[in-house]
Ligand binder design. Structure first.
Ligand code: OGA
Ligand code: MN
Length: 290
């Protein structure tokens, strides 16, 4: 059997895995090597994959436990755990999927008690400019590399801190960033606040990762409000400095996975209808951060 090749992006995270056709079926050893590459590189892409919804779900459930989405209005009809991320409108002019997913730097599910472990996006339609260059890139930053490069004094200062996160904070930051924000109002349950460590240990690699974001983190416990805001902004900005970022330029047929403990991501909103973008997203559930 031919082994796949792994081509690192050159940035602190991100790699392409070549030589695998997921539609043709893969054995357990290959799935394990894909997971190992995901842990090593935080973001991996397999290009030119041709997958039905059921094939994407079946593959994702071999990576981990599939998680139903928190916003059920964006599910692909007939599915519990396959979400549309899209700017496309239906006949009634309503969005068929999450239109403004990820327009601020974030880690998926940071507002959950058990945040999402991995997320998987499969590209069905990608917008392009008049010259055919792809638009709607996704940026990724390594929170593991960001922690590693912190000054020792900062590592000591933040070692035992805890922060409060909520989905309400995500909505508020989307509003501030001027994204479309055409979302249904949150339920009381969705507004719940959860507490996570500011520095998280990766459950599989043991790496320490910065786990605050401007999107979801409301405050750091035990600090005065202004100091709390300042530290959140300082850590969040540190994570996403240009030299830390991998820019994924999408192609139709890309199946891309990321690790939500070891990375943050941001969707670039540089396109608009009639330029269409359509992704199918699946999610792997995670455990309580420590
Ligand atoms: C997501 C997300 C980014 C994008 O689906 O969680 O942030 O570029 N998507 O669509
Ligand atoms: Mn996201």
């Amino acid at each position: 059997m031919t082994m796949e090749q792994i081509i690192p992006s050159g940035a602190p995270l991100g790699a392409e895995i070549r030589g695998i056709d997921l539609g043709a079926g893969v054995d357990d050893a290959t799935v394990e090597r894909i997971k190992a590459a995901l842990h090593a590189h935080k973001v991996v892409v397999l290009r030119d994959q041709w997958l039905t919804p059921d094939q994407q779900i079946a593959f994702c459930s071999r990576i981990g436990t599939l998680e139903p989405h928190v916003l059920p209005q964006y599910l692909v009809p007939g599915y519990r755990d396959l979400v549309r991320v899209s700017n496309v409108l239906d006949a009634a002019g309503q969005p068929i999927g999450m239109i403004d997913a990820g327009r601020v730097w974030h880690s998926d599910g940071a507002f959950l008690e058990r945040p999402n472990m991995y997320s998987m996006l499969y590209a069905l339609e990608i917008p392009a400019d008049a010259d055919g260059n792809p638009l709607g890139a996704t940026l990724f930053a390594s929170t593991a590399a960001a922690y590693d490069r912190l000054p020792a004094a900062t590592k000591a200062r933040i070692a035992d801190l805890k922060a409060v996160n909520s989905l309400a904070a995500v909505y508020e930051s989307l509003r501030r960033s001027n994204a479309a924000a055409q979302r249904a109002p949150l339920t009381e349950a969705q507004k719940r606040e959860v507490t996570h460590p500011v520095v998280r240990t990766h459950p599989h690699t043991g790496e320490k990762c910065i786990y605050v974001s401007k999107a979801a983190t409301l405050r750091i416990i035990g600090l005065p409000e202004d100091e709390s805001r300042q530290l959140i902004d300082e850590l969040a900005d540190w994570c996403v400095r240009d030299e830390m970022v991998y820019r994924h330029r999408w192609q139709v047929g890309d199946l891309l996975m990321w690790d939500n403990c070891a990375s943050q991501h941001l969707a670039v909103g540089d396109y608009a209808l009639p330029q269409r973008r359509l992704m199918h997203r699946t999610t792997v559930g995670g455990s309580v951060p420590f």
